[in-house]
Write a protein that binds this ligand. Sequence first.
Ligand SMILES: Nc1ncnc2c1ncn2[C@@H]1O[C@H](COP(=O)(O)OP(=O)(O)OP(=O)(O)O)[C@@H](O)[C@H]1O
Length: 237
Amino acid sequence: MGNVLKVDSLTKRFGDFLVIDGWSLDLQEGEKIVLLGPSGCGKTTFFRIVSGLERQSEGTVETFVDKIGYVFQEPRLLPWRTVYDNLKIVLDDEKKIKQIIGMIGLEGFENLLPSKLSGGMKQRVNIARSLLVEPQILLMDEPFTSLDLNIKLSIIKDIEKMWKKNYFSILMVTHDIKEALMLGNKVVILSQRPARILNVFNINLSKDEKNIYDKRFLELESQITKFVMSQSEDVLV
Ligand SMILES: Nc1ncnc2c1ncn2[C@@H]1O[C@H](COP(=O)(O)OP(=O)(O)OP(=O)(O)O)[C@@H](O)[C@H]1O
């Protein structure tokens, strides 16, 4: 298993304003890392640096792959195009589009315009669009924030199906511990701005334990919540 991303002592300032303070982390092939941090701690800035849209102040970020997919918080679909056509503009390959539509729960919605879709369905299209080009790294910037718990859990299960098929690496940011535990192999806890990496939890939950009522799931959720609360006077969740 090789590294797909290596971040070493990454620091980002906007003028004198320190946002990211010395982050180091490695993302391995097939690994799913979730960064858990409060609003405004620099998560989007980090993704912009990884994608090459922003330059770091100090430290290094190396990517060892050429295809990086990006799922934004808000689905950015073309409103005048159907679900199918929103996918087709990314990759004009009917077989692959049909396959992904099946895997990510969009069957029967292919010919609808985005305005006819619920928030959850729009986000499914958004994710399908990023996965269609088979990225080696998928960056997800709080993709489930405005969705109900049952919908986000169902989308995470579908992403897991895609992950089993293509074994890409995932880096997701969120402020929701349940989401982090459902998706991640590793949960990295970030502090308030200037954001530092405070702790890394390895998540070794089996398929059955990835269930919000499961005893081990609840134990880990409680352990991470306690850690986060002990680090900050502000409530994160
Ligand atoms: N181009 C910029 N110039 C100056 N300050 C910036 C710039 N981009 C971001 N910032 C500041 O850096 C901080 C981190 O922003 P960023 O968008 O990365 O946070 P975030 O963790 O993604 O926030 P949220 O969860 O609210 O989306 C914020 O205080 C923001 O105002």
